[in-house]
Design a protein around this ligand. Structure first.
Ligand code: HEC
Length: 145
């Protein structure tokens, strides 16, 4: 009996994951993005030593994160309501929103394709990548004061 109850509750759990909230999914993806960018920023600031292999791994993780971004799935119509800072502009200009993400993905790929040899080179790449975050957030994210 206990086993059955457990099996049922596990099924219920699997079900709730399958219909996961797109707002939570996209915020989790963004949080990971923030964490990865933060790691690179520490290296640029000299708070952490430049380790080429570790930096490349983080850049690759950023690229993988960008590849997981699926605007249709993560920003379905109606998901502008709720605990979200996604701006209505996303649904007014989905093409522009996707283009902003495409640029970020292209820049992440470019960084992975020519890995930085030192902190200065990483700084230039992080400026580009960070600029992409800022550009998109400025237009497609509501600032909560
Ligand atoms: C194509 C647009 C776009 C790009 C590029 C982008 N973001 Fe975002 N980001 C968003 C949107 C939209 C939200 C709001 C999501 C929500 O609240 O539903 C967001 C939210 C966030 C959040 C808050 C997540 C939370 O817990 O609410 C963080 C952190 C974040 N982004 C970091 C980054 C970083 C770092 C980069 C660049 C490395 C980046 N983002 C690039 C669109 C973008």
């Amino acid at each position: 009996m206990r086993k059955l109850v457990l099996a049922i509750s596990m099924l219920a759990f699997a079900g709730s994951v399958a219909v996961a909230d797109p707002i939570q999914d996209r915020q989790a993806l963004m949080k990971e993005r923030g964490k990865l960018a933060g790691q690179l920023s520490k290296v640029v600031k000299g708070e952490e030593d430049f380790d080429a292999a570790a930096v490349l791994a983080t850049l690759k993780a950023l690229q993988a994160n960008a590849e997981k971004f699926d605007a249709e799935k993560l920003f379905p119509a109606g998901s502008d309501k709720g605990d979200t800072t996604a701006a209505p502009k996303i649904w007014e200009d989905m093409a522009g929103f996707k283009a902003a993400e495409d640029k970020f993905l292209a820049d992440a790929k470019a960084a992975v394709a020519s890995p930085p040899a030192d902190a200065d080179a990483l700084k230039a790449q992080l400026n580009t990548l960070g600029g992409d975050c800022g550009t998109c957030h400025q237009t497609y994210r509501i600032k909560k004061s």
